[in-house]
Design a protein around this ligand. Structure first.
Ligand SMILES: NC(=O)c1ccc[n+]([C@@H]2O[C@H](COP(=O)([O-])OP(=O)(O)OC[C@H]3O[C@@H](n4cnc5c(N)ncnc54)[C@H](O)[C@@H]3O)[C@@H](O)[C@H]2O)c1
Ligand SMILES: [Fe+2]
Length: 381
């Protein structure tokens, strides 16, 4: 067997209502002045107040930063960092989607001082040391609670990743109660994002390994067996918990066997059109699956074996099931339907070439010409 390594968070806690024990978590980590990073949509929904109260009861002070926006920019990170410095916080907690968790990760490192965000982009550019960090996802999801990655929007349209084991939190807490109110479209998008993590990790070219494989297969099983349930019965706590578990497993898979062309081609759609991360992945998935299939017939068949129903255990089975899910989810199924202009496709293909960190993991080489063909196929469907 080729040698490999696998890293993950030291503590994962799973259970309904666990977010209300975040005060205990602070005590265990020796944190008395935490920063809670979230977005104001979650505050308006009433999700944050009970959590904040539980933290405040056990800590000397609590500072809340609720200015996270989707696909957070460097200015959002700077704003959160300024608030953290002003309050002299000694720990960072995120309660939110990937956007809040990614901001929290970076702020926990910046608070150690003497390092700039611009110097941390890329792989292993983060010096050791950060404040204690606890991540609580409210989407299922990015898996960011168990990945060493933070994705930040740089400039107007480009996304860049900070990837370092330093960003793995001390504790990840999965509390499905927080996800009960996630609207159907967000549930579908984030659920498909998690499935793409599992699929891309399982066919990752350079770092595919037996532990990631195990997580990827189990993730796809949990996610595919529960996504229709959470779309039709959003208050089903057991199904919501299965989705959170599935997205966390997928996160562990791609944290160690990174994602590839679906994500690389999705990022420019987020940058230029502000299409949400999960939807942009969903839009690119069918064309990239078809493009990769000749090289990974066996792996796609193994993934198809995890799907519910009578799915053929083949690449065709996987592709047919994914396309049917996208059609049934109510999400736009083509770039045209998502509002992408046909004459922008060459610019998107050029932009996707910047994502070499991800493209090197694809089982089939993606050139600018093939990226353009993939966008054209995704545009017309
Ligand atoms: N770090 C990683 O490993 C990693 C992996 C994949 C994606 N990402 C990044 O994560 C971000 C996307 O994260 P996301 O898809 O979780 O969404 P998000 O954090 O951007 O949130 C999207 C919207 O959903 C709302 N929302 C979140 N949870 C909710 C809930 N329980 N109920 C109601 N509304 C809720 C938020 O208020 C927000 O308006 C992108 O920036 C993406 O690039 C990071
Ligand atoms: Fe993703």
């Amino acid at each position: 067997m080729t040698s490999f390594s696998f890293s993950t968070v030291p503590h994962v806690r799973v259970g309904a209502g666990l977010a209300r024990t975040l005060g205990d978590e602070c005590l265990k980590l020796g944190v008395s002045r935490p920063l809670l990073v979230t977005d104001n949509g979650l505050v308006s929904l009433g999700l944050i107040a009970p959590v904040a109260q539980a933290i405040a009861e056990q800590c000397a002070s609590l500072t809340v930063f609720d200015g996270v926006t989707a696909d957070p920019s460097e200015s959002v990170v700077e704003a959160a960092y300024a608030v953290a410095r002003e309050s002299d916080v000694d720990g960072v907690i995120a309660v939110g989607g990937g956007s809040s968790m990614d901001v929290a990760k970076v702020v926990s490192v910046l608070m150690k001082g003497e390092r700039l965000l611009v110097d941390m982009y890329g792989v292993d550019q983060v010096p050791p040391g950060r404040l204690p960090l606890v991540l609580v996802p409210t989407t299922a999801g990015t898996g960011s609670e168990v990945t060493p990655v933070a994705v930040i929007t740089t400039g107007a349209t480009t996304k860049a990743g900070v990837s370092s084991a330093v960003l793995l939190p001390d504790v990840a807490i999965l509390d499905a109660e927080l996800t009960l109110g996630l609207p159907a479209s967000a549930t579908a998008m984030t659920g498909i994002d998690a499935m793409v993590h599992a699929i891309e990790a399982y066919t990752s070219k350079l770092k595919k390994n037996p532990i990631s494989d195990m997580f990827a297969l189990r993730a796809l099983r949990l996610l595919s067996h529960n996504i229709n349930r959470v779309l039709t019965q959003p208050a089903d706590l057991a199904a919501r918990e299965a989705m959170l578990l599935g997205s966390m497993f997928a996160g562990q898979a791609f944290a160690n066997a990174p994602v590839a062309a679906v994500h690389a081609l999705a990022y420019p759609l987020g940058g230029h059109y502000h299409i949400p991360h999960g939807l942009s992945n969903s839009l690119m998935l069918p064309s990239v699956l078809a493009f990769n299939a000749p090289a990974v017939q066996q792996e796609y068949g193994e993934l198809a074996a995890e799907l519910p129903g009578n799915v053929a255990q083949s690449a065709a089975g996987l592709m047919t099931w994914c396309s049917a899910l996208i059609a049934a989810s109510g999400l736009p199924a083509t770039l045209e339907a998502a509002g992408v202009a046909a004459n922008d496709l060459p610019m998107l293909a050029a932009d996707a070439m910047l994502q070499q960190r991800l493209l090197v993991n694809n089982p089939v080489e993606v050139t600018e010409a093939s990226a353009l063909k993939l966008y054209e196929k995704a545009w017309s469907g």
